[in-house]
Design a protein around this ligand. Structure first.
Ligand SMILES: C[S@@+](CC[C@H](N)C(=O)[O-])C[C@H]1O[C@@H](n2cnc3c(N)ncnc32)[C@H](O)[C@@H]1O
Length: 263
């Protein structure tokens, strides 16, 4: 049974799901998502065998605790949605919490923060203000279903290069790195995040997957920088989507994205 993502995430591909689903290979062994974020495609596909990786330790710990612990949901929905509670929880140091409390802190802040953004200051402390109109947690049913789906997933805190080392012939990887503006560090996904300087090395990794006969679907901002690096045998589709960038009206714009596949 497919499920909805439990996490709000800047750059989530929720709106792009129908377009992505049209391009999924009909058969594959393992499903691999090395920049998983909210993993909305994973929850929609409900694959029998998956590897989900991300460099965000708090995110992967939260998914891991949801997978392992049944009653996290009840505890989460008991915490009041107030600015006092939000800022009290935000100032807790995750390194001093056990893995369960750390997950609860992350999930609570993720639900009620501004636009589902994960941003930290120079000391690595989450510093996103409380949002408005954040909605509430998905239902317990959705949580339980997602927990079941996560049982088939191996979850790892890793750079995309490491996650992709596990890919073998016949696997399918959905690869969705952050869209970095050339030469600009946005800080959106924290330090050490993928940025446009990573692109040449990244395309080498795609070529490596292709040689290994791993199928991949890669989504990115449509830009010459990446198109110039791609070999001509990959299939490129241009997609226009409405993307919420800035959090106020003038920030809505039509961005052209590309989808690249090697099958
Ligand atoms: C565009 S988001 C993925 C969104 C996801 N597809 C979804 O629908 O929610 C990119 C993700 O890449 C992660 N990330 C950034 N740099 C990374 C790296 N070098 N290796 C692995 N993950 C990275 C970020 O933490 C973020 O979760």
């Amino acid at each position: 049974m497919p499920s909805k993502p439990l996490i709000r995430w800047a750059g989530s591909k929720r709106k792009l799901l129908p377009t992505l689903l049209d391009r999924i290979p009909s058969k594959f062994n393992a499903y691999i998502e090395p920049f998983c974020g909210s993993a909305c495609l994973f929850f929609e596909l409900a694959p029998a065998n998956a590897i989900l990786g991300d460099i965000n330790q708090e995110l992967i710990n939260a998914l891991t605790q949801i997978k392992r612990q049944k009653d996290i949901y009840d505890e989460l929905v008991r915490i009041p949605d107030t600015p006092e509670e939000y800022y009290k929880i935000r100032q807790l140091d995750p390194a001093r919490l056990n893995v369960r409390m750390r997950a609860i802190r992350f999930l609570y802040l993720n639900r009620y923060c501004f636009n589902g953004v994960y941003r930290t200051n120079m000391e690595g402390k989450f510093n996103v203000p409380k949002g408005t109109k954040t909605g509430c947690f998905p239902s317990k049913e959705v949580f339980d279903n997602s927990r079941k789906l996560l049982r088939s997933a191996h979850l790892i805190v890793a750079s995309y290069e490491n996650t992709l080392k596990s890919a073998s012939k016949g696997d399918f990887a959905y690869i969705d790195p952050p869209y970095a503006k050339s030469g600009k560090f946005t800080g959106e996904y924290g330090p050490n995040s993928f940025d446009s300087r990573s692109l040449p090395k990244f395309v080498n990794k795609l070529n490596y997957l292709d040689r290994k006969q791993v199928k991949f679907l890669f989504s990115y901002r449509a830009c010459q920088e990446v198109l110039d690096l791609l070999p001509s045998n990959y299939k490129v589709s241009f997609i226009s989507v409405k993307r919420h960038i800035a959090g106020f009206k003038s920030g809505w714009n039509n961005a052209d994205e590309i989808l690249v596949q090697n099958y």
